[in-house]
Design a protein around this ligand. Structure first.
Ligand code: KG4
Ligand code: ZN
Length: 365
């Protein structure tokens, strides 16, 4: 089966052709990052407009690269949740139009389910081993930071174990980079500068307070903001010319956030008694995170699986693949109708209560 995937939930416009075995036949990802540099973050209205302008060309190019037309496609999979409403709508309406015009089945995919299955994508030249089920997954991106138990490819076999109560880890990278005047997106630049900095020299320390598998990153960002203010540290005048103070703070921030992510992920693996950990999402590209997690996990006999960068960041291949698996499982029952609606929330139940206030064991989010 060959599935056309469409992804427009946030700031990447992407289309891909993927087989039900996970082979990525072709893929195009148009990143909107350049549009958001002046704002230091995604502006939903601009994202939606950009998707509307770019998506038709992205789909055409995806088909052209594979040397096929829509008649070769067996189904159309599209991210319909969670994400920015306007952005989701562009992909969803396009997918519905294509499904209606071609008579091909339409399948709505939850973006988080796509991320959780992205480790199984087979990209040309990639020889990384794939995990068996079940595994613990840390999904860590600009919009999401959560731990899951994944027992199989269906949504009913994925369970959230804990998540951030406030900012996502990638959001914290972006906000701290903004405080330091390092530009957008913050993750890659902090990752790079941290290699040249000395965390201890910065004088910045942070003690996380949350136990269990819940996380919080807005406190970390505020602690960094206070540190910068108290010491009268100026943001970089020119993002390409940071000083040692900026490098040391980048190292200290990264060390703090990586420590939290690694500690929580290992705790999840131990609570679930699982020997496999899978990373996903844009922050999985962080070299200190993967190195530290691998080092600590190997001491406990736990295997760590990190997908290639193209599978970590938002992409339509993971959506096509998740759609193919859903259709494989239940070819007649799983196809959606043209009434498929967008939704800003994931289908995966959250056990983490967002924001402040008293905790319950199973808060809504
Ligand atoms: O998954 P993604 O491409 O988009 C969504 O947020 O859904 O993730 C983007 C996020 C941004 O916040 C970016 O700063 C962060 O991933 N990121 C990184 C690195 N590369 C990207 N964070 C830390 N280290 C990196 N090397
Ligand atoms: Zn994502």
């Amino acid at each position: 089966m060959l599935v056309l995937g469409i992804e427009t939930s946030c700031d990447e416009t992407s289309a891909a052709l993927v087989t039900s075995e996970g082979d990525v036949v072709s893929e195009v990802v148009h990143s909107q990052i350049a549009s958001f540099i002046p704002y230091g973050g995604v502006v939903p209205e601009i994202a939606a407009r950009d998707h509307a302008v770019m998506l038709p060309g992205v789909i055409t190019e995806t088909l052209r690269r594979a040397g096929v037309d829509l008649s070769a496609v067996d189904a159309i999979a599209v991210t319909h949740r969670p994400g920015l409403m306007g952005a989701l709508l562009v992909g969803l309406m396009t997918a519905k139009g294509l499904a209606w015009a071609t008579g091909k089945p339409l399948v709505g995919v939850d973006h988080l389910v796509g991320h959780l299955l992205a480790i199984f994508l087979q990209r040309p030249g990639d020889a990384r081993p794939k995990p068996d089920y079940p595994f613990v997954a840390l999904l860590v991106s600009g919009g999401h930071t959560a731990l899951y138990r994944v027992e199989g490819p269906s949504t009913s076999s994925m369970r959230e174990l804990g998540a951030t109560r406030d900012d996502a880890a990638g959001e914290a990278f972006d906000k701290v980079a903004k405080l330091l005047g390092l530009g957008y997106p913050g993750g890659p630049v902090i990752n790079r500068l941290a290699r040249e900095g000395v965390a201890e020299r910065s004088g910045f320390t942070f003690k996380p307070t949350l136990g269990g598998l819940e996380m919080s990153f807005s406190g970390l960002k505020s602690a960094m903001a206070r540190h910068i203010e108290e010491r009268n540290i100026e943001p970089c005048a020119d993002a390409t010319a940071p000083t040692d103070v900026h490098r040391d703070l980048a190292a200290a921030f990264q060390k703090s956030i990586v420590r939290i992510l690694v500690q929580k992920t290992l705790l999840a693996a131990s609570q679930q008694d699982l020997g496999r950990i899978v990373l996903g999402g844009g922050v999985a590209a962080n070299t200190e995170l993967s190195a530290e997690l691998r080092a600590q996990a190997s001491k406990r006999g736990i295997d760590v699986f990190v997908p290639p960068l193209a599978s970590c960041t938002d992409n339509a291949a993971m959506i096509a693949f998740a759609g193919a698996l859903a259709l494989d499982e239940d070819p007649l029952g799983r196809a959606d109708t043209l009434t498929l609606a967008p939704n800003t929330r994931s289908v995966l139940l959250s056990v983490t209560r967002k924001g402040g206030g008293p905790r319950t064991s199973r808060g809504a989010s």
